[in-house]
Each structure stands twice: as C-alpha cells, then as structure tokens.
Design a protein. Sequence first.
Length: 125
Amino acid sequence: MKKLLNITELSKAINLIDSSNKPLNHTLRYWEKEFKQIKPKIINQRRYYSKEQVELIKFINFLLKDKKMTIKGVKIVLKSKINKLDDYKSDGLKNDYFKRNIKLKSKLLLNRIKNLKRYGKKNSY
C-alpha cells in the first residue's frame, strides 16, 4: 500500500461505493466531522490519509456497517479506549474486526494461488 491514499482511493479500498461503483467520498467527509480522531493531511486542498488513519477508518466502518453500531456508539467505543482493552478478549469488537480482515486476506491469497495454478505467473493478475 502507498504511504498516503486520497479520499477516492480510500472509499474504494473500504468498499464505500454506491450501486454504480461511484465512491461515496461525502461519507468520509461526514465521518471526519463526527469523529475527531480522523485527521487527513490536506495537500493542495485534497485529503490524504496515512496508514494509521486508514486502519482507524476501516475500524469505524466495521463498527458501523458490520456491527450495526450507531455513530454515537462508535464514538463511545473510540473515546473509552474499549478497542485497546479489547485486544485481550477473544470475543471482543477489535478481535472480530481482525478475524474479518484475516478471512478477507486469506480469500485473496487463495484466489491468487488458484489463478497462478490455472494461468501461470505471467497471467495471474
């Protein structure tokens, strides 16, 4: 991954797109207003997100979309540092987030391996 992602790249990376595959950048801008922890770098009037910011936004997206939490609930989780304490619980929110990420990465790797087996190294992408 690049050092910084622009807002469109980030929207696509976290699958924040509408039915016509258009990135929902306005959602990220709204989250910036709601969650003070999201602080993109502004360069030439464009938003760029660091790796840490991307992880935070992925976690917020997970809590909102997958765990069906409200914005108020996510704010409480982020403020109370539950996500830090949660690292040691096997059934905690952060562990659920990491489990989902590992499953997604595993599926991607398996698909790559299948493509390598099927088409060879040159045509695997």
